[in-house]
Design a protein around this ligand. Structure first.
Ligand code: NAI
Length: 283
């Protein structure tokens, strides 16, 4: 059993991972380079817990769960964490820089896990002196609601590390699947080409954004349409994923639509900035 974890990056994913870990009784240190993002995260975690409580779906009490989450901007506080889960922006240089720092700070047997959607675990692990302790632990958005975790191994990840992270996933109430270190692992390898195709369809005027979403919901039985889902994921994150796949597979099917690139340049990143394919400013 793991008793304490560190989570680095308190955006959409990091705050969800911290919430679920605290709900499961673990002590959590939550870090972000941006102190405002940390404050925002704890407010959102409280709201998420209160929503669950109001629907009678929370084991335990909101304030007790929140006392298990310690906010910090100081990476040195991760020296004694049993497992550190990284959920910072989807950028390989940033992640490699962070893993090199954690390698210096953390105890020698601390497992360093990445929630990356697309970046090679082998590449991230190569920035450390402990590649056998580096692993992918890929959660899905929103973390409290989504059942799956993909555990992904880099070329040097040890069986013991994979077993421990699989057990941690189960301790957090998730179902775990294991995947090799190929771009996109399992789910995103299948999902991202569909999202990209939906954006091309919209860009080319094949249908309105509402009709594209409605068609996929009703015609394929998906809970939400692909453009709505792209907005939920974050268009910057989706663009970064496309670029990694395009380089990784060398396959034009992953070439990012120009419209996606324009939206990201304009700061239209989806729900998190209030505008993406849809306008969320008044919602
Ligand atoms: P986000 O943009 O919401 O949050 C990223 C956070 O990382 C920001 O608060 C930022 O201030 C912080 N950050 C950036 N560099 C940092 C550093 N060096 N040290 C500490 N904090 C730093 O991003 P999101 O969506 O939470 O994604 C995080 C990771 O999770 C990415 O690798 C992404 O690919 C992955 N992921 C995202 C999913 C999604 O649906 N958005 C789903 C599954 C995985």
């Amino acid at each position: 059993m793991v008793h304490n974890i560190g989570v680095i990056g308190s955006g959409l994913m990091g705050l969800g991972i911290a919430q679920v870990a605290a709900q499961s009784g673990l002590q959590v240190r939550l870090n972000d380079a941006n102190a405002d993002a940390l404050q925002d995260a704890i407010t959102r975690i409280r709201k998420g817990l209160e929503r669950l409580r109001d629907r009678d779906r929370l084991d335990g009490d909101v304030d007790t769960i929140l006392t298990r989450i310690h906010l910090t901007t100081d990476l040195q506080e991760f020296a004694q964490s049993e497992v550190v889960i990284e959920a910072i922006s989807e950028n390989e240089d940033l992640k490699r820089g962070l893993f090199a720092q954690l390698d210096d700070i953390c105890a020698p047997h601390t497992i360093l896990a990445s929630n990356t959607s697309s970046i090679s675990i082998t590449n991230i692990a190569a920035a450390t002196s402990r590649p056998e302790y580096v692993v992918g632990m890929h959660f899905f958005n929103p973390v409290p609601a989504m059942q799956l975790v993909e555990v992904t191994r880099g070329i040097a990840t040890s069986d013991t590390t994979v077993d421990k992270i699989t057990q941690l996933g189960e301790q957090l109430g998730k179902t775990v699947v294991q995947a090799a270190d190929t771009p996109g692992f399992i789910v995103n390898r299948i999902l991202v080409p569909m999202l990209v195709e939906a954006i091309y369809a919209y860009q080319e005027g094949a249908a309105s954004r509402e009709d594209i979403d409605q068609a996929v919901r009703l015609g394929l039985g998906h809970p939400m349409g692909p453009l709505t889902l792209a907005d939920l994921i974050g268009l910057d994150t989706l663009l970064a994923i496309c670029d990694v796949y395009y380089r990784g597979f060398g396959d034009p099917k992953y070439r990012a639509p120009i419209l996606l690139r324009r939206y990201v340049t304009a700061g239209w990143l989806g729900r998190k900035t209030g505008r993406g394919f849809y306008d969320y400013s008044s919602r």
